[in-house]
Design a protein around this ligand. Sequence first.
Ligand code: C2E
Ligand code: MG
Ligand code: MG
Ligand code: MG
Length: 293
Amino acid sequence: HADTAMYRAKAQGRNRFQFYNHQLDREQLERVELENALFHALKHEEFELYYQPQVDIKTGLIDGAEALIRWNRPDHGMVSPGSFIPLAEECGLIGDIGDWVLEQACAQMHHWQQNGIHLRVSVNLSALQLEDPDFCEHVADCLQRYGLEPDQLELELTESILMKHVDQTTSLLSQLDAMGVHLSIDDFGTGYSSLSYLKRFPLDKLKIDQSFVREISVDQDDAVICRTIISMAENLNLKVTAEGVEEAQQLALLAEFGCHQYQGYLFSKPLPASELLALYQQQQREAAQVYVI
Ligand code: C2E
Ligand code: MG
Ligand code: MG
Ligand code: MG
């Protein structure tokens, strides 16, 4: 990075060199600071998993949750993953963070299970995690230690992760699938990939990216895209989750198109584990009451 920036600075002419150099120092400093803070965060348990409910569109009941990492950074408040996951990927910390996320999600499922609650949790993966030759064993070990069935865990991959090392990924995903772990494609429709991978990989679910959902009720093209994804998935025996549902109108259209599941602020934002549990139990109580009456 230093070299490219230096080169850029030089290419702009001598006079600008000092300016860019200075700018570079500051950027580098901030980066190093953030990296150090990330190392520190991992050691001092500053990360927390939030859980966003995934709701069955037909029943309106929570039938899963996506684990989303948060960083409770001292003096900075809650930091969202968009601002540190990319850096963690670049500086190689994502392996350790990814391990922590998986461990934490499994521990949480174990805890819920002990209270009689069976919620499938989906975990986001980074490309680097799939490059670890022991990834599959690691997942199996984690599930076993917490006494979980593999189909309680769902792993979310983006199209770009899938396309990165196709052959390697194919065999890895086949192993995970054979174990019974569920696999989904996150942000579906936004990546540069060919549809042939839908046939190649043993997938369970497509998650329609929120950019298609946002204007589904006003933009005819977005509506067509959502409907097409849903009907294609149906024919390929895949489940579909719509992301980023904020309005009742969006949900009504998705339901009409036959979408199975949704996530979004309309139902709930991502919540601390205890709040998700409370929401789930409240739903169960209400459902039980309806049944009694
Ligand atoms: P994602 O996996 O596509 O997660 C969906 C994002 O949309 C989340 O942002 C969620 O809070 C947000 N969202 C949910 N419902 C709505 C809605 O109705 N409207 C809007 N506008 N947004 C909504 P978040 O939590 O900031 O996460 C951003 C991204 O960071 C995730 O996108 C995922 O790619 C990544 N990420 C999060 N946790 C992890 C993790 O543990 N590991 C890895 N590798 N990546 C993670
Ligand atoms: Mg996701
Ligand atoms: Mg499968
Ligand atoms: Mg997404």
